[in-house]
Design a protein around this ligand. Sequence first.
Ligand SMILES: NC(=O)c1ccc[n+]([C@@H]2O[C@H](COP(=O)([O-])OP(=O)(O)OC[C@H]3O[C@@H](n4cnc5c(N)ncnc54)[C@H](OP(=O)(O)O)[C@@H]3O)[C@@H](O)[C@H]2O)c1
Length: 262
Amino acid sequence: MITGASSGIGLGIAQAFARAGARLVLAARDPARLQQAAASLGVPALTVPTDITHRTEVDHLVAEAIREYGHVDILINNAGTGLIAPFEKIDLKDAQALMETNFFGPLNCIQAILPHLIHQRAGHIINIASVAGLRGIPNSSLYSASKAALVALADALRVEVHRAGIQVTTVCPGRVKLDQTRFFETAKKYGSIELLHSPETLTVSEVANAVLAAAVRRPRLVVLPRHARLLHFFNRFAPRLVDRLLAKRMPHLTASSPCESR
Ligand SMILES: NC(=O)c1ccc[n+]([C@@H]2O[C@H](COP(=O)([O-])OP(=O)(O)OC[C@H]3O[C@@H](n4cnc5c(N)ncnc54)[C@H](OP(=O)(O)O)[C@@H]3O)[C@@H](O)[C@H]2O)c1
């Protein structure tokens, strides 16, 4: 079961799992785009238009998956959205909406599926977080906080459900090539921004293949690419150095924000 499967990383994950022979349940809000994504896979897939921020819709998604296949092996919590803006400009409503999608959405999916996984005494929950969830990134403070919350939730849950035969994996990708997802279109709500320089950008299929490999090996944490692993390492052992590095590379907003126009 893959959330956010109609675009970018989620669609890439669906393609990789389809090639590996998995039976798929795909969710996203826009039914037309979801249908189009499913049709592009070349294998049958169950599509259930779902807003993960609404618990009743998520319950329906899980019920449909169980009705179709009898059980769910893997939940991939991929749906998410970005927000790039200086912290002081962010409207509280936008902050709450971001947390709803990036944290409470995955939480809804986990809570809805967990009784089934516990009952079958098997299952794997894979959360697509971000390298920003391991180290707060300037001008992505709320996004970083939403992903850090997801990382912490997974760490606690992993230990709680281990004895029930359920694994929990957190995947933390660095930036994906801008033209391969819709992520930065929505993240630019507060104006266009010169992005933090990234030494290496990922392709959607690199992330998707890492998720597929994680479904086989079931590690606790996957960080990619290499420079993101280095950032994670140095942030643990030399956090001030990372502060200075990020301050040097911090991008600047070039347009006014909704807060300024109020
Ligand atoms: N792009 C990057 O550089 C990058 C890096 C690290 C991590 N990530 C993470 O990777 C995940 C996928 O991002 P992406 O880059 O592939 O973005 P994307 O191209 O914008 O795709 C987002 C997907 O999530 C769905 N979605 C958004 N809100 C939803 C909701 N409330 N309920 C259900 N589905 C929802 C969208 O479809 P609808 O709009 O139709 O619902 C779409 O299918 C996100 O969690 C993101 O934080 C991205």
